[in-house]
Design a protein around this ligand. Sequence first.
Ligand code: BES
Ligand code: ZN
Length: 635
Amino acid sequence: MPRLFLPAVLITLLAAGCADTDTVDAPAPADEGAETGALPHDVHSHARPAEARVTHVALDLTADFAAQTLAGTATLSIETAPDAEEIVLDTRGLVIERVTDADGNALTYDEGNPDPLLGAPLIVAFPAGTERIVVHYRTGEDAAAVQWLGPVQTSSGQPFLFTQGQAILTRTWIPTQDSPGIRQTYEAIITVPEGLTAVMSAEGNTPDGQPAPDGAGTLFHFQMDEPIPPYLIALAIGDLEFRELGPRSGVWAEPQVIEAAANEFVDVEAMMTAAENLYGPYRWGRYDLLVLPPSFPFGGMENPRLTFATPTILAGDRSLVSLVAHELAHSWSGNLVTNATWDDFWLNEGFTSYFENRIMEAISGPEYAAMLESLSRADLVGDLADMDEADQHLHLNLEGRDPDDGMTAIAYDKGAAFLFTLEEAVGRARFDAFLRDYFDAHAFQPMTTERFVAYMDRELFADDPELRAQVDPEAWIYGPGLPENAAPAESEAFARVEAQAEAFASGTAPTALATDGWTTHEWLHFLQALPADLSTDQMAALDEAFGFTETGNSEIRFAWLRTAIRHRYEPAFASLEAFLTEQGRRKFILPLYTDLAATDWGRPMAERIYREARPGYHAITSGSVDAVLGAPADA
Ligand code: BES
Ligand code: ZN
């Protein structure tokens, strides 16, 4: 337990204690923490911020591609309670060489027992009045945030490095307090091999650095002056080119990809304008994208000023750019107003999924947005079918679990459905004004579910208890399933698609179906709407008519490959193997291996492909697949 200091600290600790007892997942009584500014306890961090907290991180790191290490120093500015004597940092697998004060005097420190998930606390003792501590360190062998790619894994044939901090992996490359409620500004000096470019989620991204003082490599400077949760500190190094998209937006990618990327993302500036018209000014200066090599484990990651994105959204026809709308929306929901703990993850992703839909409606029209909403609803309904009831609450209890377990359709799709339902209840104009004020009033602050509910009650329902009862937020937030009052998610375009799927089921040849002008989303819905049992002839006829096996659209290919596994449709298996080997996006990889592993014939095939492909995956993807197939003995 932290020691007690002043009354103010006492209040903080008591408030944290309240949150601690909130393990029955019942609504908390009041607007917890809002008055005192107290942070709720984060079960995924060792930090004790009421005692001493990090406010700024200054990195000086060298990327050594041969040794596969980031090595150097992290200078942490700290704020301490009056008689605090130590600070607790999060680390996982870091090699700590020494810790000093800003003048280089050694400080004593202790590395606690490592927890496999949370890592080890690094407890640094300091004399009264210490404002900065310097940790000399390098990353260890299993730095899970970091992926080092060799020349064969990139399109440039040059090495590449990228980091992925969310949810609790920043501690595998930076010793800091790795909790989303502990916001920190940062700056960095990154030294890279000559010829490569470093970019970060910060100001300072330029194609050319300056020669390192000792002549070894190139040096890049970065600075993030807004306090951000540490999971948003991100670095990438590679053979990178930049292309402008608009006055405050652009895209980075390897030279072989930059053209396709710039073409795919032409609408970014329009998305920014649409987002600002909805919920207020964009507060981060620039919005750039970085297209990563195909092993990037996510579709996108909302690193501030520089969204990281998978190349699998480069469909060539801009049909998958709602992902950009999503990551851009996080510039408000997530990056400005941040889930205080991972139990509140829906505040990041549910709000963002709703906001994403609104941006797409603004730039592509209501029918397009309705298709997206309908697909989201189908994902939710599908996932609910085999999910524990306790995991179906918007507010989660992830104590003792990997926060990644919270990355389900609940946070995203049920979260968005709740906001659509609120919108329907209070009317769009009021709901938009409410959200705009919410982002503004809580900018750069952590947000808990309880605090959101208190704010909503005050701003939306103070005069209308009946309307509140009708919405029944508790059923959404603390109850399972999709509540019956959910706003409907219907699409007329999809009704037409369903009619074609039915026609096919009753014998119409695929070539005779009315599919002209279908967008990616209509094709995806068509694949969903097909009968569960198709004959090999039917599969072959579909494939011949529509070229699903060979499609360059990753979402359609993924949906088709799942159908192919379900029907053991062998003509698609070469494509399946290529898809599992050529990219590492977990959303695609994990279900395909899982589907294969569920069959007698597929399991050996999955194991064979995985043995080959695993070394190319990021640790986030291989960690998830290991849980299904087991880690190969020689891994
Ligand atoms: N922030 C998430 C990615 C994430 C969540 C990483 C939790 C680690 C832990 C990002 O904004 C996201 O949601 N990405 C989605 C795409 C989106 C369009 C639903 C993805 O990667 O699939
Ligand atoms: Zn997201």
